[in-house]
Ligand binder design. Structure first.
Ligand code: DGI
Ligand code: FE
Ligand code: FE
Length: 185
């Protein structure tokens, strides 16, 4: 990924987010290698996964509407979720990414979804386990991620759902559908 993109990410998202992003890139590359996924696609998706996590208070709702993103009620109520689909649009239009695998990995990196591709799983889990993450139970997810990707996603989603319930927040149906599928398989 060239320096121009990194500079632009730094301006939009700030140093801490860029540091996180670079850790997700490293984790994604390792996971892609181990799970036989295109390392270049994983690198590009990881670089841009949080490109819409703006450091200054941009109006994410307005940007989403301007990009014709169809917002569910859950997204309107949980602004945290918007940076993922919005990031996919920005990756496409600002960073000129045309590969739908990469765009979907960015779009679903926060919630997951039913029928996730391996690339989507890798970006989701790399974001969850990058070395600075200190969530309860992250160690187990980290170990599983290199052995059994689906099991690691199930555990990460279980923990995310528990976290959201404890905070009394809405749960995205995409996460529920993804989790149900991992339980059934
Ligand atoms: O952007 P990052 O911080 O690197 O990580 P992320 O894209 O996974 O976003 C994490 C945030 O998203 C965290 O505050 C929890 C929230 N989140 C994840 N799934 C859901 C959710 N929030 C709601 N309301 N519903 C969800 O299903
Ligand atoms: Fe994110
Ligand atoms: Fe992230």
């Amino acid at each position: 990924m060239d320096k121009k993109i990194l500079d632009s990410l730094l301006i939009d998202t700030g140093q801490d987010r860029v540091d996180h992003t670079l850790r997700v890139v490293e984790e994604s590359k390792k996971l892609a290698y181990v799970h036989s996924v295109d390392i270049d696609k994983a690198t590009q998706a990881a670089f841009l996964h949080d490109c819409a996590k703006f450091k200054d208070g941009k109006n994410l709702l307005k940007m989403a509407v301007d990009f014709d993103i169809i917002l569910s009620d859950i997204m309107r109520a949980s602004l945290d979720l918007i940076h993922a689909p919005l990031g996919a649009k920005i990756a496409e239009h600002k960073y000129n990414i045309k590969d739908s695998d990469i765009l979907n990995a960015i779009k679903y990196h926060t919630t997951g979804r039913k029928d996730m591709t391996k690339l989507e799983k890798i970006i989701y889990i790399a974001d969850y386990i990058e070395p600075y993450r200190k969530f309860h139970g992250v160690k187990e997810v980290r170990q599983l991620a290199y052995v059994d990707l689906d099991k690691s996603l199930l555990l990460a989603m279980n923990q995310t759902i528990i976290f959201l319930i404890e905070k009394n927040r809405l749960i995205s149906p995409d996460t529920i559908e993804a989790r149900n599928q991992f339980i059934n398989n």
